[in-house]
Design a binder for this molecule. Structure first.
Ligand code: G3I
Length: 361
């Protein structure tokens, strides 16, 4: 090969690497959620469990800016036992997919009581602080080039009372533990937006209001203590049995705005377990839930991200992953696309909500 051919070849290779060929969508949907969202200064994310699902990845590329690893960045997944070698393979695969395609990552999560390994859940242990800092130091910078944001702590607030939930560290150490996590996260991921992420922040019931009050009071206290917190994640696992009330939700988002905080919808989906079996009827009701929710939330300037907990029913935790969510008849249809990646009424409802959202800064 002469020099000219070599250079031409190299340029062609670099160009091919820089711009991977567009993947064919399983079904033609010219509408792209990330394009609609960009017109309103919003980013779109989805949970993805990795593993190279071709059709799902095509949908992600067409509709999303950011991927949230569904399980692969959880401490219990990466490091169930205290060891030098963490289980990075699945996460590295997702990171390569993102890198090759210009997608960003949302880190989920530095601490979650539900999947926390014992060795990172005992603040009474003399090596706990050192262990956690070393864990964060190994995990967070590894994907630093891709990371936009982190759920520093996931689901810290109690369902039953004001304040933190009862668990081995929060119950004993409260703010002190959360401050430690944020300091550790800031050191290991200096440029990332750092969030507290929780569920039951959207509904109209008294327990949701109590959680909103707790969340607002907690972040205010932590900010006053000098913590570098950027925002709050609204998981938004919606269900017709827990209807959203716009007024209290709006005043919560405004309260966060007054504190200078951003809001990220992080895990949006609709649990249709209680909805009728008829698919046409059910899909219409699900679509209305998505639309009403986004109508209430997207009017706020400080809401910066629209994140789904999965795009398709084919790989969705409500369909496959969680025994109590089995429907009596029929299969759940919680996502925007069905199990063959065809857009459902919910997809068009979300697109419409994005179109109707006011322009934002
Ligand atoms: O991969 C193993 C498989 O090898 C094994 O055969 C199978 C047997 O149970 O388990 C598989 O792992 C499961 C994993 O999902 C992958 O499907 C775990 O048991 C299961 O616990 C895990 O569930 C995840 C759950 O969090 C707990 O980590 C769901 O996928 C995930 O969608 C869910 O996500 C949470 C967010 O992190 C926080 N907010 C709520 C949301 C929904 O529960």
């Amino acid at each position: 090969m002469n020099r000219r051919n070599f250079l031409t070849g190299t340029v062609a290779t670099v160009a091919a690497l820089a711009a991977p060929p567009a993947r064919p969508l399983p079904f033609r949907t010219e509408v792209s959620l990330k394009k609609l969202a960009a017109e309103k200064s919003l980013k779109v994310s989805t949970a993805y469990n990795g593993g190279g699902h071709f059709d799902l990845e095509a949908l992600i590329l067409h509709h999303c800016d950011i991927v949230t690893p569904e399980n692969a960045l959880k401490p219990g997944f990466l490091a169930p036992k205290r060891t030098i070698n963490f289980a990075f393979e699945r996460m590295d695969g997702t990171a390569s997919f993102c890198r090759a395609n210009g997608l960003r990552l949302h880190g989920h999560t530095l601490y979650w009581h539900q999947t926390q390994p014992a060795w990172l859940n005992d603040a009474g242990n003399s090596s706990f602080v050192r262990d956690y800092m070393s864990y964060a130091g190994q995990v967070m910078p590894r994907y630093g080039d891709l990371i936009d944001s982190w759920d520093v702590i996931n689901e810290p607030f109690s369902d039953r009372k004001a304040g933190y939930r009862k668990n081995p560290v929060l119950d004993v150490h409260g703010d002190e533990f959360v401050r430690f996590l944020f300091r550790t996260a800031r050191r290991a991921a200096p440029k990332a937006k750092l969030l507290i992420n929780d569920y039951s922040l959207s509904c109209g019931a008294a327990y949701c209001q109590r959680k909103r009050d707790t969340a607002l009071a907690t972040v205010e206290r932590l900010l006053k203590a000098g913590m570098s917190i950027d925002g709050v994640g609204l998981q938004a696992h919606l269900a017709p049995t827990q209807p959203v009330h716009k007024t209290p939700l709006s005043s919560f988002i405004c309260g966060l705005n007054d504190l200078g905080l951003e809001v990220f919808i992080t895990e949006l989906d609709v649990n249709d377990i209680e909805l009728p079996e008829n698919i046409a009827k059910r899909d219409k009701l699900i679509a209305a839930i998505y639309k009403d929710y986004l109508g209430a939330v997207l009017e706020h300037d400080n809401v910066k991200r629209l994140g789904f907990w999965g795009l398709s029913d084919a790989e969705h935790w409500i369909v496959h992953g969680y025994a109590p969510f089995k429907r009596k008849r029929g299969t759940p249809r919680p996502a925007l696309f069905d199990d063959r990646y065809r857009p459902k009424p919910a997809f068009f409802a979300v697109a419409e909500a994005l179109n109707q959202a006011p322009a934002r800064t």
